[in-house]
Design a protein around this ligand. Structure first.
Ligand code: PGA
Length: 251
C-alpha cells in the first residue's frame, strides 16, 4: 500500500487577469467539496499574491508556473525562487513543455532550475513528456527516460520528497486528445520503474506522478483509476471553476 499523495494541480498558463482570478476563488472556496487530494493552483505571477491571500485559510496551495535558475541578477522579466518564497509560495512548476518549446528551456537549464529550487527549499512539479513524432518513432520511453535522467537524477534520495512528476505527452496538451488510460498507465509505470532503477523502490513508490494533457471531467475518472496515476496537472479545464471542481471530485 502506498502512502503517496493524491494531487490535482491547475496550470492557468497566461490566462485570467486579477478580476477573473478573484472571481474564480470566490466561487471555488464556496463550492469545493471535502477531498483527500491536495489542491494546487498556479496563476500568473501578477495574481500570485492575491491568490495566496484569498486562499490563506483553505487547504489550497498557490504555486508558481516557473522561476529563473539564478538566485538573483540582471535578468529582465524574470522571477527568482526567493521572490516567490517571500510571498509564501513554496512550490513551482518546472519544465513544462511550453517552456521547453517556446522559451528554449533545455534539460541543462532545467537541471539548474531544479538545483536552485532545492537550494531554496522550493518543492517542484517537474514536467516530462514526448512529442507526437517521438511516439511515432517509438522513441517515447527513451525520451522520457532522458528527461528524467538529465533533469532530476542529480537529486539525493531525500530531495525526492520535494518532487512531483507530471507526465504530459505534448500531443495531448490543449489538443483535446488525451492519452488513453492504458497509454498513460504504461508510461507512469515506466517512470516509476526508471526511478526505482536509479534509486530504489521506496523513492519510486513515494513520488506522486500526475498525468497532464486534456484532462476533463469526462475522462478524469478512468485516468485516476490507474495504479500509477496519482492525480492530474490540468490546463484548459482548470480555467472553468465548475469543471475543475468536477475533476477534483473524480479523484
Ligand atoms: P491541458 O494542459 O489540460 O489544457 O491540455 C495541460 C498542461 O499544459 O499542463
Amino acid at each position: 500500500m502506498t502512502t503517496r499523495k493524491k494531487i490535482i494541480a491547475a496550470n492557468w498558463k497566461m490566462y485570467k487577469d486579477l478580476t477573473e482570478s478573484n472571481d474564480f476563488f470566490t466561487f471555488f472556496i464556496e463550492n469545493i467539496q471535502d477531498t483527500n487530494a491536495e489542491i494546487l493552483i498556479a496563476p500568473s505571477f501578477t495574481n500570485l499574491w492575491h491568490a495566496f491571500e484569498a486562499t490563506r485559510d483553505y487547504p489550497i496551495e498557490i504555486i508558481g508556473q516557473n522561476m529563473h535558475e539564478a538566485e538573483e541578477g540582471a535578468y529582465t522579466g524574470e522571477v527568482s525562487a526567493q521572490m516567490l518564497k517571500s510571498i509564501g509560495i513554496k512550490r513551482v512548476i518546472l519544465g513544462h513543455s511550453e517552456r521547453r518549446e517556446y522559451f528554449g528551456e533545455t534539460n541543462m537549464i532545467l537541471s539548474d532550475k531544479v538545483r536552485t529550487a532545492m537550494a531554496n527549499e522550493m518543492k517542484i512539479i517537474f514536467c516530462i513528456g514526448e512529442k507526437q513524432e517521438d511516439r511515432k518513432d517509438e522513441n517515447h520511453f527513451k525520451l522520457v527516460e532522458s528527461q528524467l535522467r538529465n533533469g532530476l537524477f542529480h537529486l539525493s534520495e531525500k530531495q525526492w520528497e520535494s518532487v512531483v512528476i507530471a507526465y504530459e505527452p505534448v500531443w495531448a496538451i490543449g489538443t483535446g486528445e488525451t492519452a488513453s488510460p492504458e497509454q498513460a498507465q504504461e508510461m507512469h509505470q515506466f517512470i516509476r520503474k526508471t526511478i526505482a532503477g536509479k534509486y530504489n523502490n521506496e523513492v519510486a513508490d513515494g513520488v506522486s506522478i500526475l498525468y497532464g494533457g486534456s484532462v476533463k471531467p469526462t475522462n478524469a475518472k478512468d485516468l485516476f483509476a490507474q495504479a500509477d496515476i496519482d492525480g492530474a496537472l490540468v490546463g484548459g479545464a482548470s480555467l472553468e471553476v465548475e469543471s475543475f471542481i468536477d475533476i477534483i471530485s473524480a479523484l
